[in-house]
Design a protein around this ligand. Structure first.
Ligand code: SF4
Length: 333
């Protein structure tokens, strides 16, 4: 299926996945208000625009008041839950700041907002502290389940370890988080076998939520430069990466019908209706960006995301307003 180029077969795949979603988890789409709290990161992933080594990236950190205002906005707009996302940072001061923010967000509407964190790899103790403070979902993408490909797209040092990433995911699960992961689609050196293995990996790890998105090259990154000079590092065209991403969403929906699958923002960097296309292919979660627009342009993980200031047009779907939209799969487990 990943290699199939037959439009009718591909269309049937999307339709089958969308029908399965409808039958298994119903017609609703749930929203997560995405708050990008800072683009400062200690890591240096070779594909990432906010990597620590990118001196061209202007750094920002939202104040506590700005973050709380975003959360209040999500509550008033009945988003049901928020995602607190930022570059990976560690240390007591950072940990305690997040703990205090979680406790304060939990006071909004008397605990009405569900909270997902996306703050990278942390120690088990830190994950536990944040869980006890009110976070109940955590996103940590593996990016690729293939250890060799993982090594190719990350610096070769102890801060970027495949095994450490797996360990962190296991910690999150054992603490009781709904742990979400996902992969990048259309990477240099990646082939259909890698992607097929990714799907099986995500199923075997039993993640209740998944965020997968296309690789979107960023000009100021080593991976883009490597792809330009190394013929073995070429990657699929925009149209092919879009198609592959939608196929991956559909195939995963068929493999594990009752999980939450996000229609990733990165899809809209490839096509203006990318997220709607993902919802029609089996995805059921949308994460509208509610970071104040002044800061949004600095969170450029990849080119063009900075231009995506328009909120999603959700005219054609049913929204689960005010609901956390937890994964049915997690509740079953
Ligand atoms: S991908 Fe994530 S961990 Fe890696 S540099 Fe970017 S923000 Fe940091």
């Amino acid at each position: 299926m990943l290699l199939c180029k037959e439009p009718e077969t591909i269309g049937n795949l999307y339709k089958r996945a969308a029908d399965l979603k409808l039958r298994t988890i119903g017609p609703k789409v749930h929203l997560r208000g995405l708050i990008e709290i800072s683009n400062i990161c200690r890591k240096n992933c070779l594909y990432c625009g906010i990597r620590s080594g990118n001196t061209l990236c202007e750094r920002y950190t939202l104040t506590d008041e700005e973050i709380l205002l975003c959360a209040e906005h999500a509550y008033s707009a009945e988003f049901g839950s928020v995602v607190i996302q930022g570059g990976e940072r560690t240390g007591k001061k950072f940990t305690e700041r997040i703990t205090s923010l979680l406790q304060r967000i939990k006071l909004i509407g008397n605990g009405a907002l569900g909270i997902t964190l996306s703050l990278g790899e942390q120690s088990e103790e830190v994950y536990k502290e944040w869980f006890d403070a009110g976070a109940h979902r955590y996103l940590l993408r593996i990016e690729t389940s293939d250890p060799d490909l993982f090594r190719k797209i990350h610096p070769n040092d102890r801060y970027h370890s495949y095994d450490r990433r797996i360990r962190a995911l296991m910690d999150l699960k054992s603490i009781g988080y709904q742990a979400g992961s996902g992969v990048m689609i259309g990477l240099p050196w990646q082939n259909a076998e890698h992607l097929a293995s990714d799907l099986l990996f995500l199923k075997e790890m039993d993640f209740p939520m998944i965020g997968m998105g296309p690789y979107v090259p960023h000009d100021d990154t080593p991976l883009t430069q490597m792809a330009a000079t190394d013929p073995t590092a070429s990657f699929p065209s925009v149209a092919d990466r879009l198609e592959l991403s939608l196929k991956m969403i559909s195939l995963l929906r068929i493999l594990v019908p009752d999980i939450n699958i996000a229609a990733s923002t990165a899809l809209e960097a490839l096509h203006p209706k990318g997220r709607i296309m993902a919802l029609r292919s089996g995805a059921n979660i949308v994460m509208p960006n509610i970071t104040p627009s002044d800061y949004r342009k600095y969170y450029n993980l990849y080119d063009r995301k900075a231009l995506l200031l328009e909120d999603l047009d959700l005219g054609e779907v049913e929204i689960g307003f005010g609901e956390w939209g937890d994964s049915l799969h997690f509740n079953k487990v």
